[in-house]
Unconditional design. Structure first.
Length: 202
């Protein structure tokens, strides 16, 4: 194998191990054994387990973020944007199950970026602009858009985590239910929402 081929082999082997055992449950020795190389080869290419994990996670983040960005940037009615975002995440989970398992697992303490939470933040910042425009059209305060973007993306992401294991119902049905909750909820937003329990105390 050439150096680049060996590197790709190690990434592929490590991805499968991280998906099944997690970061803490995977050792450099296991990676080397699965790739049929010595431990020094792993260190030579990646400097250790943290290095190869960072490469695996970064690739998954870029893949999913790219898919979502394409859908969010394609325009259209906001309801269709929510629908495409939900379906895109479920498509990614279906086609890249190992990758999604890695993203939603706890990452090393030193890993500040490239985590699932940072990915959600990136996507939410894109959704924020779309929501702000819709808020203006509905005479709602656009300053609240960042908060609603976090809610919307978080709802889709957590549903995706649940579906990762459940796999029922079909992804199109799951996406339809996500849209049902988010869109029908968004379409009836109040300008100044209050909690019913607080109103009763007054």
């Amino acid at each position: 194998m050439t150096g680049s081929q060996r590197r790709e082999q190690l990434v592929t082997v490590s991805r499968a191990l991280f998906a099944s055992k997690g970061f803490d449950g995977t050792s450099v020795e296991e990676i080397a054994s699965s790739a049929k190389v010595s431990k020094p080869v792993v260190y030579e290419h990646f400097g250790g387990k943290e290095g190869i994990y960072a490469v695996v996670v970064d690739r998954e983040v870029q893949k999913l973020l790219g898919m979502l960005t394409d859908q969010l940037g394609s325009g259209g009615h906001p309801k269709l944007v929510v629908e495409r975002a939900a379906l895109t995440l479920l498509d990614y989970i279906e086609e890249n199950t190992d990758g999604f398992r890695i993203l939603v697992r706890d990452s090393p303490v030193a890993q500040a970026t490239g985590t699932f939470s940072s990915l959600i933040g990136d996507v939410a910042s894109q959704v924020e602009h779309l929501l702000a425009e819709q808020f203006r059209l509905r005479r709602l305060d656009p300053a609240a858009a960042p908060m609603y973007a976090q809610m919307l993306v978080g709802l889709i992401a957590l549903t995706g985590q649940w579906w990762l294991e459940a796999r029922q119902p079909d992804k199109t049905e799951v996406a339809a239910h996500i849209v049902n909750l988010t869109w029908n909820g968004l379409s009836g937003l109040e300008k100044s929402p209050t909690l019913t329990t607080l109103e009763r105390r007054r």
